[in-house]
Design a protein around this ligand. Structure first.
Ligand code: SF4
Length: 870
C-alpha cells in the first residue's frame, strides 16, 4: 500500500492515483482525516467518531462544576465556554501537550477536559501508541509537505510508522515548465502582464453571472481533458448542467435544504408573541408541518393581522381543520398545530430544553409519517436529513445537561446539529470535469484551472492560542510545539500558489464583485500578492475582466440589446375587460380616479403580492390596531374619557400581541410606545369630544351599502365610526397628511362615499363627515353646528365633492370604452408629470393624485425605472 499524504487532500486531490493510468490498486491520496482513518483501519482501531459539537456539549457539565479561569464566562455561556476550552485543549494536544500542569491555568484546563470524548489528537495518539505494538502494513507514505511543517502529533505517527518498517519520504511537486505567458510570468516579481488571457481575474457582478460565463467558457474549450475546478458549488454545477457539461457533485449548503429550516422556525415560534415573519416563513415552505390548505388560510390571516392567534387566524384555523376528513388525521393535525403555534416564552428569558424537546418530538412524528408514506419511493431519502437533524439536536441537548439555554446557545446547537447532517449533491458528480475543494489539493499539472470563489471570504484569518509568555515558555521547555500563526500563514500561502505553478495554459480566478447577500466582495489574498509584483497599478487592468477575455472564444450567443424598461403613462387594454364591477368601495374608487392602470391590475387582473409578500409595515399596523381598539373601547356606553383611556390601554396590552405582534417584538420599543400613547390618548380625546357634543356611538366598523340613487347596491364599505344624532361619519386617520387640504379642496372622496352610503333617500341631506387624526387628536370637519370647540374648516361641501366625483368617474368610464388606462405617476411624452395636486378642476372633475406612495406596482408601470420608487 502506497499512501500520498497532504493535509488538504481531505477536500479531494488532483491528479490523484489515476494521473498516469486508467486503473490502480494499492495507492491512495489522503488528507489528515483520510490517513487517520486508513491507519485506524489498518491497526484495528476504527470506531464511531464523536462529532465535535457532541464533545463540546458533553463538556458543559464539567465546565459548570469544576472551578477554573473560565468559571465567570461559563455562568453566562456554558456551551460557548466548553467549545472554546475544547478547541484550546485539542490544539495543545496536537502540539504534544498531554495534560501536564506546567502552570495553574494549564492544570485547570487539563482537569476540566480530563474526561472529554476522544478527538482528533487523541485518535492520533492512540495510533502512535498502537504502532509500538503492531505494524500497519503500509509500505510507503509519501509526503507532499515537509515533515517539519506537520504538527507534533502527526510527526509522532510518522515516526511510529517508520519504526514499523513503513518508508516515509517527502516528495516534491512536479514543476511545470515556465513559458513567457502571463500565467507563468506571474510567478515572480517584477511581473509585466501582457494580457494574453492565460491569467485572468474575473469580476462579474455576482455568483449567478459568474457561473454562467465560467460554464460558457468551459463549454468553448476544445475538450475538458486536464481541466480542473477548485471549490465548485451548486450554483456553478447548475450552470455546467445547463451548458451540457459534466457536473462536479457539489453538495448543497444546509440553508438550501428547506426541510432543514423547519426546526429552527418551529423553535422560534415558542417566543411570545411569535414573530409573524417566522410564522409566515414556516407556512410558505414548499413542504412543511402545516397541511397546504390550512397554511394558505393562515397566511391570508397573517396578511390581515400579522400575529399568530388573531381572530382572523382562529377563524382560518377552524375552517382549515374543518376541511380535513374527520378522524385521527384531523385530530393529529390539530395537536401538531397547537404544539407548534402555542407560545409562552418571554423574549430574553431562557429557553427550556423540555420545550425544545417537545417541539422536536412533534416534528419527528410528522417527518416519520411523511417518510413512511414515501417508503420505497425515490422520495424516501429526502426525509433522512431533517430526521437526523432532529436526532442530533436532541442528543446535543441531552449531552449538555442544561435544563435551559439562551437563544444564541440554542441557535448554535441547532446549527451544529444541522451542519453535522450534511446534504447530498444536488447534481451527481460526473466523469469529465475534475474538481477539488481547496487550492492546496492541486498536486499535479493541469491544463486549465478555474478557481471558483476566489474571494477573501475563502481565506479566513489565522488565530493563535491566548497563552501567556510564562505558559509558552513552560510548554516550549517541555517540547510542546505551538502553532505559530505567522508560520502557518506562510504555509497556507505556499499552498494557495499551487494552482499558479501547476496550470499550464489557463488560470481563471473567479471573484464576483458582490457576495450572496449583495455586500461588496473582494478577491482572495493571492491576488494582492500577484498585484504587488506588477510595477504599475494601471498594468493590472489587462488581467481583470467582467467576462473571460482572450484565449478561448466563448460559445455564448451574442447579447441582444434590449431596451431598458421605461416609465409608461398611457396604456391600452382590451376594452371588454374594463367593465364595471358589481360593487366598488371608497378605496377602489379612489384608485380608479388616481391611477386607472393600478385599478385595472388590482381589480381586473387581480394581481396581489401573494403569500410571501411583505407583512404590513409598523405605521400601517399601528393605524389598524388603533381602529380595532377604539372600536372596542368606545363601544362601552357612558364611560368617562379617563375610563375609556384606561380601557384602551388594557386592550392594547392584552389584545395587541395577538393582533399586531411586530409592535411587541424585541427592538420595537419606540413604535410600541408611540402606538400605545397615541391610541389611548385618542380614545380619551375622542370620548371627550363626543360627550361635549352630546353625540353617542351609533356603529363602528360596520359594513355599509349604498341604498339609494345611482350607486344603490354598487358602493359598499366599512365606515370607521358613525356617531349621532345627527348621523355623522368619523374617519380615523393615523397622521394628518393632506387631511385638512382634502377637506378644503373638496377632494375627501372617501368621506363623501360614506356619506352617500348613509344617505336615507335620494333627496335626503347628506350626513356630515369628519376626520379624527389619531396622532394629533384633531377633529377636522367642514360641518357646522355638530361638534363644539373644534376647528371648522372652510371647504367644499360633500355634495360638491360627490358631484365632482361623478364627472370624473364618467370620464374614466368613457376612456375605458376605448381601452385607455393612465398611470399618472409617470411623465407624458413631453416629460410632464401631472396632476400636481388634488382639486376639483375647472371642468368640474374631481382630480386625485395617484397612490404611488403605497403602490407595489411601480415596476409594472415602469415608474421605478424613471428613478422613482413607490
Ligand atoms: S406606481 Fe403610481 S403610477 Fe405606477 S401603478 Fe402605482 S399608482 Fe400608478
Amino acid at each position: 500500500m502506497r499512501l500520498v499524504f497532504e493535509p488538504d487532500f481531505d477536500f479531494g486531490s488532483w491528479p490523484g492515483p489515476l494521473a498516469a493510468c486508467d486503473a490502480v490498486t494499492g495507492e491512495e491520496w489522503v488528507g489528515q482525516a483520510g490517513l487517520l482513518s486508513r491507519l485506524e483501519l489498518a491497526l484495528g482501531l476504527g470506531g464511531p467518531e464523536t462529532p465535535g459539537a457532541e464533545r463540546a456539549a458533553a463538556l458543559v457539565p464539567q465546565v459548570l462544576s469544576v472551578q477554573g479561569f473560565w468559571s465567570e464566562s461559563a455562568t453566562r455561556d456554558p456551551l460557548g465556554t466548553a467549545r472554546r476550552l475544547l478547541a484550546w485543549r485539542d490544539e495543545l494536544y496536537m502540539g504534544g501537550w498531554t495534560g501536564a500542569a506546567f502552570t495553574s491555568r494549564l492544570a485547570q484546563l487539563a482537569e476540566v477536559t480530563a474526561t472529554v470524548a476522544p478527538g482528533f489528537p487523541d485518535r492520533l495518539a492512540s495510533v502512535t501508541e498502537t504502532l509500538t505494538r503492531r505494524r500497519a502494513d503500509i509500505e510507503q507514505v509519501e509526503l507532499l509537505i515537509p515533515p517539519e511543517e506537520l504538527p507534533h502529533t502527526w510527526r509522532a505517527v510518522l515516526a511510529g510508522l517508520e519504526r514499523r518498517g513503513t518508508a516515509v519520504r517527502e516528495i516534491r511537486l512536479p514543476e511545470i515548465l515556465a513559458t513567457q505567458c502571463d500565467l507563468h510570468a506571474a510567478r515572480a516579481a517584477p511581473f509585466h502582464p501582457g494580457g494574453d488571457g492565460s491569467l485572468q481575474l474575473l469580476r462579474p457582478y455576482g455568483s449567478l453571472a459568474a457561473a454562467e460565463i465560467v460554464a460558457a467558457w468551459l463549454a468553448a474549450l476544445p475538450d475538458l481533458a486536464g481541466a480542473l475546478v477548485i471549490g465548485p458549488d451548486t450554483t456553478l454545477d447548475a450552470a455546467l448542467h445547463r451548458h451540457g457539461l459534466p457536473t462536479t457533485g457539489a453538495t448543497a449548503a444546509v440553508q438550501e435544504n428547506l426541510l432543514l429550516q423547519v426546526l429552527p422556525l418551529a423553535l422560534a415560534l415558542a417566543w411570545h408573541p411569535p414573530d409573524p415573519q417566522r410564522a409566515l416563513e414556516l407556512l410558505t415552505l414548499p413542504i412543511g408541518p402545516v397541511p397546504q390548505p390550512i397554511a394558505g388560510k393562515l397566511v391570508r390571516a397573517l396578511h390581515e393581522w400579522p400575529a399568530v392567534d388573531s381572530d382572523a387566524w382562529r377563524t382560518a384555523l377552524v375552517q382549515g381543520l374543518a376541511a380535513l376528513p374527520e378522524g385521527d388525521r384531523r385530530a393529529g393535525v390539530e395537536r401538531r398545530l397547537e404544539a407548534l403555534f402555542s407560545s409562552s416564552l418571554k423574549y430574553g428569558s431562557p429557553y427550556p430544553s423540555a420545550e425544545a424537546e417537545r417541539r422536536i418530538a412533534v416534528l419527528e412524528t410528522w417527518l416519520r409519517g411523511r417518510r413512511w408514506a414515501n417508503e420505497g419511493t425515490s422520495e424516501e431519502t429526502k426525509w433522512e436529513p431533517p430526521l437526523a437533524q432532529l436526532a442530533s439536536t436532541r442528543r446535543l441537548l441531552g449531552l449538555s445537561g442544561l435544563s435551559e439555554h439562551t437563544a444564541p446557545q440554542l441557535q448554535w446547537l441547532v446549527e451544529a446539529a444541522t451542519e453535522a447532517v450534511g446534504t447530498p449533491p444536488v447534481l451527481p458528480a460526473e466523469a469529465g470535469l475534475a474538481a477539488v475543494g481547496v487550492p492546496g489539493a492541486v498536486a499535479g499539472p493541469a491544463r486549465t484551472i478555474v478557481w471558483w470563489n476566489f474571494t477573501l471570504e475563502a481565506a479566513p484569518p489565522m488565530r493563535g492560542l491566548p497563552l501567556s509568555a510564562e505558559e509558552r515558555a513552560a510548554l516550549a521547555a517541555a517540547g510542546v510545539e505551538l502553532l505559530d500563526p505567522g508560520r502557518e500563514a506562510l504555509r497556507r500561502a505556499r499552498r494557495w500558489r499551487r494552482p499558479l505553478f501547476q496550470a499550464s495554459e489557463h488560470l481563471l480566478l473567479i471573484a464576483p464583485r458582490r457576495g450572496r447577500g449583495g455586500e461588496e466582495a473582494f478577491p482572495h489574498p493571492l491576488w494582492d500578492e500577484l498585484a504587488a509584483r506588477i510595477p504599475t497599478p494601471a498594468a493590472r487592468s489587462v488581467l481583470e475582466f467582467d467576462r473571460p477575455h482572450k484565449g478561448v472564444l466563448c460559445r455564448t450567443r451574442p447579447g441582444v440589446a434590449r431596451p431598458t424598461p421605461k416609465p409608461v403613462r398611457d396604456w391600452i387594454a382590451p376594452a371588454r375587460l374594463l367593465v364595471a364591477r358589481d360593487a366598488e368601495s371608497p378605496s377602489s374608487l379612489r384608485t380608479l380616479l388616481g391611477c386607472s392602470f393600478k385599478w385595472s391590475l388590482d381589480h381586473v387582473a387581480r394581481l396581489s403580492l401573494g403569500e410571501t409578500g411583505a407583512l404590513p409595515s409598523a405605521e400601517l399596523l399601528a393605524g389598524r390596531l388603533a381602529h380595532e381598539i377604539l372600536r372596542r373601547a368606545l363601544a362601552k356606553p357612558a364611560s368617562s374619557p379617563a375610563e375609556v383611556r384606561a380601557l384602551a390601554e388594557t386592550l392594547f396590552d392584552e389584545e395587541g400581541p395577538r393582533l399586531a405582534a411586530p409592535l411587541f417584538l424585541p427592538g420595537a420599543d419606540d413604535p410600541h410606545d408611540e402606538a400605545r400613547h397615541v391610541i389611548s390618548q385618542a380614545a380619551s380625546t375622542l370620548t371627550g369630544i363626543l360627550h361635549q357634543a352630546g353625540l353617542r356611538l351609533v356603529s363602528s366598523e360596520k359594513p355599509l351599502m349604498c341604498t339609494t340613487g345611482r350607486w344603490k347596491d354598487r358602493l359598499g364599505g366599512i365606515a370607521d365610526l358613525v356617531v349621532g344624532p345627527p348621523a355623522t361619519v368619523l374617519d380615523l386617520k393615523w397622521g394628518p397628511f393632506q387631511r385638512r387640504l382634502s377637506l378644503e379642496s373638496g377632494t375627501a372622496l372617501q368621506l363623501a362615499c360614506y356619506s352617500i352610503m348613509l344617505r336615507e333617500g335620494p333627496q335626503a341631506p347628506l350626513p356630515a363627515v369628519a376626520y379624527f387624526v389619531l396622532k394629533t387628536q384633531q377633529l377636522l370637519t367642514t360641518a357646522a353646528g355638530i361638534f363644539l370647540d373644534v376647528e371648522r374648516i372652510e371647504g367644499r361641501t360633500v355634495d360638491q365633492t360627490w358631484a365632482a366625483f361623478e364627472v370624473a368617474h364618467d370620464t374614466v368610464r368613457q376612456d375605458f370604452l376605448a381601452g385607455d388606462l393612465v398611470a399618472p405617476g409617470n411623465p407624458d411624452d413631453e416629460g410632464n408629470v401631472y396632476p400636481e395636486e388634488e382639486e376639483i378642476a375647472e371642468d368640474g372633475r374631481l382630480v386625485l393624485m395617484p397612490p404611488c406612495r403605497f403602490c407595489e406596482l411601480s415596476v409594472l408601470c415602469g415608474r421605478v425605472f424613471g428613478g422613482q420608487r413607490s
